[in-house]
Design a protein around this ligand. Structure first.
Ligand SMILES: N[C@@H](CCC(=O)N[C@@H](CS)C(=O)NCC(=O)O)C(=O)O
Length: 219
């Protein structure tokens, strides 16, 4: 049966897909699209989407990504990447309990402390965005200044990566949240360790391959 990843790539499914490509894992991707992106999700010819009963049977939360790994069904993108890294081992995975704790810490920090503001930057900052909102965007940029400083210091002291001085699943989880903040270039120019680290993460062949597939998806 193997590994199945549910979700279009214009979603947080980028995270498990990037990780699976880093590990060279074979997987099948089921391109479940967000229901809100469809004009007529109820139409009989609508593609499989997050409100489809068939997908709700996989994830009753109606959110992507989910995975089915030989019968183990998991939701939550950052938990999925941590699970896959731990299962398959190697340099991306934690080496011991201390690294397990650090990788969980950075992943939860990214999701709780940074992601809501980073998403606001992504959606409200670009002047070309249909949801452009300079006031909300400025508040989100302001809220991100401190966490950017925290990560910058950790990268400076940690050999350029979040955990263990090497590229790990923690960097994937952080980088996919910090990517959302990229429209606010000022955040990155103020924090050179974050800027260099994100460029290094995004120059990896697995990330580039995933993003090329994402770009090829319809908007
Ligand atoms: N915390 C969840 C968030 C999942 C989430 O919000 N997914 C969005 C796409 S990125 C979604 O499926 N939205 C569908 C909808 O709102 O209908 C995770 O990291 O996996």
């Amino acid at each position: 049966m193997g590994l199945k990843i549910y979700g279009v790539l214009r979603s947080r499914a980028t995270r498990p897909v990037w990780l699976a490509k880093e590990l060279g894992l074979p997987f099948e991707r089921v391109p479940v699209i967000q229901a809100y992106r469809l004009a007529e999700p109820e139409a009989p010819d609508a593609p499989l989407h997050t409100a489809s009963p068939a997908f709700r049977a996989v994830n009753p939360n109606g959110l992507v990504p989910s995975i089915d790994d030989d019968g183990l069904v998991l939701h939550e993108s950052l938990a999925i990447t941590l699970y896959l890294a731990c299962k398959h081992g190697g340099p991306l995975a934690p080496r011991d309990a201390a690294e397990t704790g650090l990788m969980a810490m950075w992943s939860l920090w990214a999701a709780t402390r940074c992601e809501p503001h980073a998403l606001t930057v992504l959606q409200r900052f670009p002047a070309t965005s249909k949801d452009h909102d300079p006031v909300a965007a400025a508040a989100a940029v302001e809220a991100l200044r401190e966490p950017f400083g925290v990560l910058d210091a950790a990268l400076r002291d940690g050999g350029g990566f979040a955990v263990g001085g090497r590229f790990t699943v923690a960097d994937i989880n952080l980088a996919e949240v910090f990517r959302y903040a990229q429209p606010a270039a000022e955040l990155f120019t103020a924090r050179p360790h974050v800027q260099r680290w994100l460029a290094a993460c995004q120059s990896r062949p697995a990330f580039q391959e995933m993003m090329a597939e994402r770009e090829a998806e319809p908007l």
